[in-house]
Write a protein that binds this ligand. Structure first.
Ligand SMILES: [Zn+2]
Length: 281
């Protein structure tokens, strides 16, 4: 049963997150019974959380938390907020932006217009197709707003890692069974600002590489998973987000396996509208 909810973008951690959220969901949605005892302790949660190559914790399938203190805060939010107990009226509002301390997690207008990145030459023979897929994913968002522009700085591809200060972020290969790709948010510290891509991106069925990277670049722009909204009824994450447009179960930011209405992870008009709502047109 749970395996049907395992993300194809990320396996293990999404499974854990789904299991934790599921326990809370059933307590709130089913009969209101007190099931606080079902949640794992922080030690259990930490022990079960995937730690990435750079030492970052991976949560919600394909997002990073940089520090143990950050993971603790993430855990506290998860166990402290029962599903459905949303303070804000979110029912009329789609794409959602991450918030940190109640403030939108977004780039300055100057950085949004010049989101530079490199594509590591460590992709080897795949380098050109990775660069093309990144360009395709970036193009989805760029076509929606003149304020957002991703720039591939090819001269940095030979030293493409999180320590390269000539680019905003790096795109690097990873070998993992935990996810297909993962990204970061604008508030993520520079040392963990990379998009990591596993070879499984080339064998992901009807999820095209350009769309998978479009989803990851949605996180890079500050967007959360659409399925954390109460309307999804599955895969709730937390309440640290602000709605930008009406709920769309087909959003590129909505995992299809979380009660999504689209199986192909394609970019929607609602995603374009959400981008313009946050960054302007
Ligand atoms: Zn994601």
């Amino acid at each position: 049963m749970l395996t049907t909810r395992i993300s194809r973008i990320s396996a293990g951690t999404a499974c854990l997150v789904a299991a934790l959220a599921g326990a809370v969901v059933s307590s709130a949605a089913a009969d209101g019974a007190d099931t606080a005892g079902e949640a794992p302790t922080f030690r259990e949660f930490e022990a079960a959380t995937y730690v990435d190559v750079d030492g970052a914790y991976v949560v919600n399938g394909d997002e990073v938390v940089s520090t143990r203190a950050g993971l603790r805060a993430f855990y506290d939010r998860m166990v402290g907020l029962p599903f459905g107990n949303h303070d804000r009226d979110t029912h009329d509002a789609d794409l959602v932006v991450n918030t940190v301390g109640g403030v939108d997690d977004k780039w300055s207008s100057a950085t949004a217009a010049n989101l530079t990145y490199c594509v590591s030459t460590r992709f080897g023979s795949r380098h050109a197709v990775v660069a093309a897929a990144m360009s395709a994913g970036a193009g989805l968002w760029e076509a929606a707003s003149s304020r957002v522009n991703f720039v591939h700085v090819t001269s940095q591809d030979g030293s493409c890692n999180v320590r390269n200060n000539s680019v905003v972020f790096s795109v690097e290969p990873v070998s993992t069974s935990q996810y297909i790709a993962r990204a970061f948010f604008p508030s993520t510290s520079k040392r963990q600002r990379n998009v990591l891509i596993d070879d499984s991106i080339w064998s992901s069925g009807n999820w095209e590489p350009g769309d998978i990277l479009g989803h990851e670049l949605g996180h890079v722009l500050g967007f959360r998973h659409e399925h954390t909204r109460p309307e999804a009824g599955a895969c709730f994450e937390d309440n640290n987000w602000r709605p930008l447009t009406p709920y769309d179960a087909a959003s590129i930011m909505h995992y299809p396996q979380c009660n999504g209405s689209s199986s192909d992870l394609e970019f929607q008009a609602s995603d374009a509208a959400g981008l313009r709502a946050l960054y302007g047109s």
